[in-house]
Design a protein around this ligand. Structure first.
Ligand code: GLC
Ligand code: CA
Length: 566
């Protein structure tokens, strides 16, 4: 890749803010938009270039904003339209861009389109959604929804079912209808004309359904079938995205990242190959699936490093070969905290493993996403009781495991400790005071019990903190073009304990190594003609290095820059 072809989003780092849990400015216990504004200098200090905000629109909050009832209005619990404009302006003043979540696979059932659609088959909006005629009790197919139960909801008055891949309050839009697409494009233009810098597109791989609506296979011990075969990467998804690009995106200098569940690297390049004019990059799930067990996501299985290296390498290579671009992430608002999932959790090496994970991810080719609190090395929450959880996916799983599968409460809670989406949604701990400086009232969701130790204030007071390490990783991306351009090459792929790779530039090479264990490990280096210069490390690695073997302490990581090729 040539240095002068680089787009702004290719040398940027994104910080994901979960608005409800970031900072509460009016002390009602819910994070809000003015609260984000108050913390922009913190984000500037970290050095990130772009903020991605989870949905901030009007919403009954069945799924924390992923059920939108007005796409053009800010949810009053989060602030006013003017307060959003102010946030955008102050961020831009600091040189920080803002991208918003575009949730258009479905609307809320409270959205005016749906409220009209459900009244009569003659409504103009009826065909905005997906309906199947039928008798109550005779489901159109066997699909099970993401949050439990069937994907079909019966409306007596109409004698029809409507489709909802997620909650029944999230009816799927009918993208076959050109009016729907046009209205979606208008919504996008509304925000782009306000000056936002792009979109993260929610479950965008699911917008085109197989018109045959085939039954799905029974997987993960579920009684209902998987909808992916008939809904993921459907027949017209690329046609729609190319149209969206033509009609909207191509007219603005913005970035797009599509969330694409159930998408292999082979399918992924179809979205992100620049010559196809669809999206800039996608969030794939291959590394998120490595610890799925018999019952799917909620499992106590641990990932295997060899598999992690395999899937990440596959995506690195696929995007490189196809003129695409990768997103790089360890976590988001739907996932466990990375130190718990891939590192040493709250053990002796928590901060070491947080830094190691950051290094392994940030030195790859792509655009890194930091989820709020990751820069503190936050852990999963582990609340004592199921009643402390708030997320509908967590509740549905709890009841499915205990009532339907007769699994033990112990196994169920252990899986929830490891995978509940609430692990990511605990309020940002700003300091060790009551409610962690997040709010003066009781937060909408409980704090992580370890916030007195793991918080921003402690991180800023400690020059060895994960925060300052992330600050350095982000700066390296800005300062060293090879971090953006270098060709990735995996080393020692079958080593179960360490992750080593190269980034090869025109005349220089980066060597990146990480130890994923609590033991000392020795890694092998290829032969270089010169001494490598240490760029970053979480231990006292030699400043210059040129040898065959390098010792890494538990969760140790180091990056060397060689001004030669291997
Ligand atoms: C995406 C979101 C998730 C939401 C779902 C339905 O996966 O990240 O939070 O529940 O889509 O919109
Ligand atoms: Ca508030």
């Amino acid at each position: 890749m040539m240095t002068n072809d680089i787009k702004w989003w290719q040398k940027s780092v994104v910080y994901q803010v979960y608005p409800k849990s970031f900072n509460d400015s009016n002390n009602d216990g819910i994070g809000d938009i003015p609260g984000i504004n108050q913390k922009l200098d913190y984000l500037k200090k970290l050095g990130v270039d772009i903020i991605w905000l989870n949905p901030i629109y009007m919403s009954p909050q069945i799924d924390n904003g992923y059920d939108i009832s007005n796409y053009r209005k800010i949810n009053p619990i989060l602030g006013t339209d003017e307060e959003f404009d102010t946030l955008l302006k102050s961020a831009h003043k600091l040189g920080i861009k803002i991208i918003l979540d575009l949730v258009v696979n479905h609307t809320s059932s409270e959205y005016p389109w749906f409220k009209d659609a459900i009244k009569s088959k003659d409504s103009k909006y009826h065909d905005y959604y997906i309906w199947k005629n039928g008798k109550k009790g005779e489901l159109p197919n066997n699909w099970g929804s993401s949050f439990g139960g069937t994907t079909w909801e019966y409306v007596d008055k109409l004698g029809q079912y409507y489709l909802h891949l997620f909650a029944k309050e999230q009816p799927d839009l009918n993208w076959e209808n050109p009016e729907v697409r046009k209205d979606v494009y208008d919504i996008m233009k509304f925000w782009l004309n306000k000056g936002i810098d792009g979109f993260r597109m929610d479950v965008i791989s699911l917008i085109s359904k197989d018109p045959k609506y085939p039954d799905g296979p029974l997987v993960q011990n579920r009684k209902l079938g998987s909808y992916y075969a008939g809904a993921a990467n459907g027949p017209k998804v690329h046609e729609y995205l190319q149209e969206m690009n033509r009609e909207v995106l191509s007219k603005y200098n913005v970035m797009t990242v599509g969330e694409t569940p159930h998408t292999s690297s082979k399918e992924g390049v179809l979205y992100a190959d620049a010559s196809r004019n669809e999206l800039n990059m996608v969030f794939h799930f291959d590394h998120m699936h490595l610890d799925y067990g018999k019952y799917g996501k909620y499992s106590d299985k641990r990932f295997k490093l060899v598999d992690l290296k395999r899937v990440l390498t596959e995506w690195q290579n696929a995007m490189y070969e196809h003129n695409g671009w990768n997103s790089l992430y360890w976590s988001n608002h739907d996932q466990a905290r990375p130190v718990t999932r891939f590192g040493d959790d709250d053990g002796e090496y928590r901060t070491q493993s947080a830094k190691m994970l950051g290094t392994i991810l940030h030195m790859q080719q792509g655009t890194p996403f930091v989820f709020e609190g990751e820069e503190l090395g936050m852990t999963n929450a582990k609340y004592n009781s199921i009643d402390d959880y708030t997320d509908l996916e967590t509740f549905n799983t709890y009841h499915r495991f205990i009532d339907q599968y007769n699994l033990s409460k112990k196994f169920t809670m252990r899986s929830i400790y490891l995978k509940s989406r609430d692990n990511a949604r605990t309020p940002m701990p700003w300091d060790g005071s009551e409610n962690a400086g997040f709010s003066e009232s009781k937060p909408w969701i409980k704090m992580n019990p370890n916030y007195k130790e793991i918080n921003v204030k402690n991180a800023l007071d400690d020059k060895d903190s994960v925060f300052y390490y992330y600050q350095k990783l982000i700066k390296l991306r800005h300062d060293l073009p090879i971090v953006t351009t270098g060709k990735y090459e995996l080393l020692d792929k079958d080593n179960p304990d360490t992750y080593c790779y190269l980034r090869k530039g025109e005349n220089e090479t980066l060597f990146v190594a990480g130890n994923f264990t609590v033991e000392n490990q020795t890694v092998k280096l290829p032969k270089f003609n010169d001494d490598g210069e240490k760029i970053i490390s979480n231990f006292s690695a030699p400043n210059k290095f040129n040898g065959d073997n390098l010792d890494l302490p538990p969760y140790g990581t180091v990056v060397y820059l060689f001004s030669s090729k291997t």
